[in-house]
Every structure is written in C-alpha cells, then in structure tokens.
Ligand binder design. Structure first.
Ligand code: KET
Length: 405
C-alpha cells in the first residue's frame, strides 16, 4: 500500500548546515569545513572552554542543582545577568526594571519568540532585514508570522557598508516597521557600521518611529571585548527608546548544542515590561513549555562569579584573537602567491566570517578540486581555519580565481 506521505517531495539541504552534511560524506583526508560558523582550535578541533568545564563540575557536585522544570521564561538569575551583559550593569533600563527577558533556545529561538510576540502584539507586521543577511533570518521571521522586506546594506564594489542605500531604504520604510540589525560582526559580510554611522542610523530609526530588533550572536567575538561589541545596542537603549534583543551563547561561550540564549524586550516603563513578560509566557508555553536548564545554569554560574567571569573573558579574547590572526595569515598567503585581486577586505572585515567575493562556480571548484567546504555565497568561517590549513586554502583560492571565471 502507498504511504500517505507518498507525495512529500525531497527538501533541499539547509544552505549553511547542509555544507557540514556534504563535508561529512567526503572521504578525503585533506577536507576542510569552512561552512558553519563554529570555532575550531589551531588543531582544527571543536573546543569546550575550560571555564565551562569548571562550571559544569560545580553543578555536578552541587546537590541542590536539580533537573526540575524551569519557569516558562527560564532561569531568573540567568535572565537578569544576560540583560546586564548586553546592556551594561549600570544601564538605566536594567536599574529601572524596564526589560522583559525570556531564556530561549539560543539565538534562533530568541528571534523566533520575538517574532511571534510581535505578530501578536505589534501593529506593524513588516520586518526589514539587511541584504545580505544570515540565511535563516527570512525563514525565522516568516515562520514567526512577520512579512519580510530587505534594506540595502552591503556594496559589493567597495566591499563596505552601503550607508546611503541603508538610510534611503529605512527612510522609505512603512511607519513603525521592525528593523533587524546585527549587533556586531555582521554575518555574512563582516562589515559593521562605525559608531558615527550607527548614530546616523539611530537618529533615523527614532525619528521614523521604527522598532529596532538586534540579533547579538557574536558579542565578544568581533573585537574580543564584550563591552565594545555591545556598543550599538547600548546606543539605542541610552536614548530611552524601545528595542528587541536576541542573544546567543553558542559562539561566545562555545555552548552551541546547549541551545542557550535570551530574548530581551526593552520597554519605556516597568509596568509595560511586566505586562509584556506576562504575554511572552503565553507565546512560549504552547511552543516548548519552558527552556532547558543545563546551559543556562552554566552561563549563570560563569556570569555570577568574578573569577569564572574573568577566566571566560580571557578565553573569549583568545578565540577572537586567533580568528584575527587567521585573517592576517590568509591575507599574507595570498599576497605571497601574487593572487590577482585586492584581498585587503580579509583583514578589514570583522567577526567569524570573511565574505571573500568568490562566486558560486569558484566555491564549487574549490569543493571539487580541493575538498574545501564553504557556503555558496563565498563566505568562509575564519574560525574553522588554522595555521596548518591556511596554505591549502590559499592554494585553492589562487587556483579558483586564476582558473574559474
Ligand atoms: N544570528 C546570526 C547572525 C547567526 O549567524 C546565527 C548562527 C544565529 C543567529 C543563531 O545561532 P544559535 O546557534 O541559534 O544561537 N549562525 C551560524 C550557524 C547557523 O547557521 O545556525 C552560521 O551562520 O554558520
């Protein structure tokens, strides 16, 4: 008998996570996965931070640490500390209790819960996302009940920010529209506005009554400093206006698979925040009831304890610095090979990724001939590279640009 699902068609692999699927099938010992944004050591291995191992040990040895259900919005300590981490402990919004925070399933889950809340409670259902952006953004927001439009962000000719295009598009946006910003380390371009440009953007957003939604997936990863990477968000909170923030501990604490992050909604008054919080529970309860306990407990331990916190920031800076040194090494290797083109964007871009400018044919050439895996838009994860693999990548890029149009 035919299956009742006989008409289900085969879905394509995810453009980012599917790269890992293809990589895993490749038997070549020379293969290199520069697709997904996941940190690797100089030895090319995934890493669990020492500070995370320590915090986990403390949890294991603590008989009061249980496996009970968390409240619908998660671990209260975690939520408070997480809002402070992004906004600063002295933020007026923190001191005045104007923030509704929900512990969510990492950055993605936070974006999705934020989207569902907006679809229920906000009058304007259009969200503007940068062009280009993280490939999952349009899917998350569409699934979350919003209409997705885009604003100009990146200029391929200068490999920099298209500030004029950005300001024009946001100026023309429907009143009250939601606007998604990458808090730092824009994915995939590695191009962030300068503080002066952020200020121009902020003034336009506020004067047009747009609602900013920050995706902060890389706090600490761009510059090595948690505070510096939070500056954009803090500018928008300092003016007393409202905003949404989705945070992830996947990258900066290496807790990828623990799925720990948070949605914070900064409101103008404490009573509004408290009603918003009550409605967030109604979004979460029918979706996954309440979030997982382990990852949030690790984060809360690290954020609460001065020694652990200091150890974390040192390890985080170590990861950020290694990525920055990979940029220099790759740039030097291409320069040494005389590879045609200007590659200075490799050292100018910020964060986990380099947006190389390689086209889809060159990307597939590198996969077929050199077993190097990256997303088809030419993005490479610098965090997946090491001193040992830089020459192989540089050879592949050199061959791709000289042999494939
Ligand atoms: N926002 C951005 C901008 C982002 O790059 C990612 C992940 C996320 C949110 C979600 O991360 P989470 O694990 O839900 O906290 N980006 C990498 C992994 C992925 O695509 O899932 C990537 O771009 O490779």
């Amino acid at each position: 008998m035919d299956s009742v699902f006989a008409n289900v068609v085969q879905a394509p692999e995810d453009p980012i996570l599917g790269v890992t699927v293809a990589y895993n099938k490749d038997p070549s010992p020379a293969k290199l996965n520069l697709g997904v944004g996941a940190y690797r050591t100089e030895e090319g291995k995934p890493i669990v931070l020492n500070v995370v191992r320590k915090a986990e040990q403390l949890l294991v040895n603590d008989p009061s640490h249980l496996k009970e259900y968390l409240p619908i919005l998660g671990l209260a300590d975690f939520n408070k500390l997480t809002a402070k981490l992004i906004l600063g402990a002295d933020s007026p919004a923190v001191l005045e209790n104007r923030i509704a925070t929900a512990q969510c399933l990492s950055g993605t889950g936070s974006l999705r819960v934020g989207s569902e809340f907006l679809a229920r409670h906000y009058h304007q259902h259009t969200i503007y996302i940068p062009q280009p952006t993280w490939g999952n953004h349009p899917k998350v927001f569409t699934s979350g009940g919003l209409n997705v439009k885009s604003y100009r962000y990146y200029d391929p000719t200068t490999r920099g920010l298209d500030l004029q295009g950005l300001l024009e598009d946001l100026n023309a946006a429907d009143a009250g529209s939601v606007v998604l910003f990458h808090a730092c380390a824009h994915n995939p371009t590695g191009v962030d506005p300068t503080p002066e440009q952020w200020e121009q953007i902020r003034q336009l957003v506020r004067s047009k009554g747009l609602l900013p939604f920050f995706d902060s997936a890389y706090q600490g990863f761009a510059s090595g400093s948690l505070d510096e990477d939070a500056q954009s968000v803090r500018m928008f909170v300092a003016d007393g206006g409202e905003c949404f923030i989705a945070q992830s501990y996947a990258k900066n604490m290496g807790l990828y698979g623990e799925r720990v992050g948070a949605l914070s909604i900064v409101c103008k008054a404490a009573d509004v925040a408290s009603r918003v919080e009550s409605q967030l529970k109604l979004v979460v309860r029918p979706m996954y009831s309440n979030p997982p306990i382990h990852g949030a407990s690790i984060v809360a331990k690290v954020l609460k304890d001065k020694d652990l916190y200091d150890e974390w920031t040192a390890e985080l800076k170590g990861m950020a610095d290694r990525i920055i040194s990979m940029r220099q090494q790759l740039f030097d290797a291409l320069t040494a090979r005389g590879t045609p083109g200007d590659w200075s964007h490799i050292i100018k871009q910020i964060g986990m990724f380099t947006f190389t400018g390689l086209n889809a044919e060159q990307v597939s050439f590198m996969r077929n001939e050199y077993h190097i895996y990256m997303t088809s838009d030419g993005r490479i994860s610098m965090a997946g590279l090491s001193s040992r693999t830089v020459p192989h990548l540089a050879d592949a890029i050199h061959a791709a640009v000289t042999r494939v149009a």
